[in-house]
Design a protein around this ligand. Structure first.
Ligand code: NAP
Length: 297
């Protein structure tokens, strides 16, 4: 691993009025290991290496459950982030998401009402120890004919007007959702599941976001079809060959590929492993030629 790895190697992007390095960090995996100090170390190391964009959610926690990976005492990603950084250094942007919720009647759901969205924003503020959330994504479930974001996005826009949120984004959406939301308030980012081998039907939407000045932020770029499970090992021969030729890992090639899909693409790889963290940040410096990219399609 080069000694001088830095998250600024892949360049920067303007997320609203925040300037961030394109290579960021996803906090969903930091609750997987019961070692709380390790999670804090990973978070701090990410920032030490130049990461200034961290993705999180109030529902990223341990143990068990749909999104609570790991075992042992409950650890919330937001609280680990607060403990690692508060008072927050200037320029560290924390993006969170609302929409999914959990209650005894509905179990884990993705149907927060406008009133529940306010409670979720307040919960994020409390857990993170902030007065204002930097970026809040409205995360939805796509359901043909019944997935308008208008009412929920308007509720978040109201919280933005009140000063609780700086910038708004969307997650798990299509182009028509972005149209709907942008008619209500500016959208700085779209966060969707997307990778070399996953949801390539988003290729056009990704470019369309770029034309509109909207960041496209893939999740599961490394995990791919394995989703919340451990990262896929089902790499194509082309990925394996390129990784071997460049002396990097297949996971690094997957990340580098996403960053080459457009200047508006941000990376938020998730890991609880310090060695993986360094590899992921180093992936921001991997240059892929047009010929190399063509082999990966
Ligand atoms: N908007 C949404 O609905 C949504 C949904 C899911 C996730 N997210 C966000 O997106 C972020 C990224 O998604 P993700 O964390 O699920 O998936 P990911 O970053 O694509 O992959 C994470 C998986 O890959 C492993 N991994 C990471 N770096 C590696 C490396 N260099 N070599 C080998 N294995 C590596 C991790 O295990 P180790 O911990 O062992 O490294 C983990 O199993 C999340 O952290 C979260 O912030 C958003």
């Amino acid at each position: 691993m080069p000694a001088d790895i830095s998250a600024d190697a892949a360049g920067t992007w303007k997320l609203g009025d925040f300037s961030i390095n394109r290579l960021g960090f996803g906090a969903m995996r930091i609750t997987a290991n019961p070692d709380r100090d390790l999670a804090i170390r990973v978070l701090r190391r990410a920032v030490e290496l130049g990461v200034n964009h961290i993705d999180t959610a109030a529902f990223y926690r341990s143990p068990g459950g749909t999104l609570g990976v790991g075992e042992g005492p409950v650890r919330y990603a937001n609280e680990l982030i607060r403990d690692a950084f508060s008072p927050y250094p200037d320029g560290l942007v924390i993006t969170t998401k609302v929409g999914p919720g959990e209650d005894p009647e509905r179990g884990f759901h993705n149907a927060a009402t406008p009133a529940e969205l306010r409670a979720q924003v307040e919960e994020n503020l409390r857990q993170l120890g902030k007065d204002q959330l930097d970026v809040v994504n409205l995360r939805i479930i796509k359901k043909a004919g019944a997935d308008s974001v208008a009412e929920r996005f308007a509720a978040l826009a109201e919280l933005q007007t009140e000063g609780l949120i700086r910038h708004l984004g969307l997650s798990n959406v299509r182009a028509d959702h972005l149209d709907e939301a942008e008619a209500i308030a500016p959208v700085v980012c779209v966060q969707n599941s997307y990778a070399l081998d996953t949801h390539r039907d988003d290729d056009t939407f990704l470019r369309n976001c770029g034309e509109r000045g909207v960041a496209y932020v893939p999740f599961f770029a490394i995990a791919g079809p394995a989703r919340e499970g451990t990262a896929t090992t089902d790499h194509s021969d082309a990925v394996r060959r390129l990784a071997a030729a460049k002396g990097v890992s297949e996971q690094q090639i997957r990340l580098a590929w996403t960053l080459h899909q457009g200047p508006n693409v941000l990376a938020i790889p998730g890991t609880g492993n310090p060695a993986h963290l360094e590899q992921n940040i180093a992936a921001g410096a991997i240059q892929l030629s047009a010929d190399e990219l063509a082999t990966l399609v």
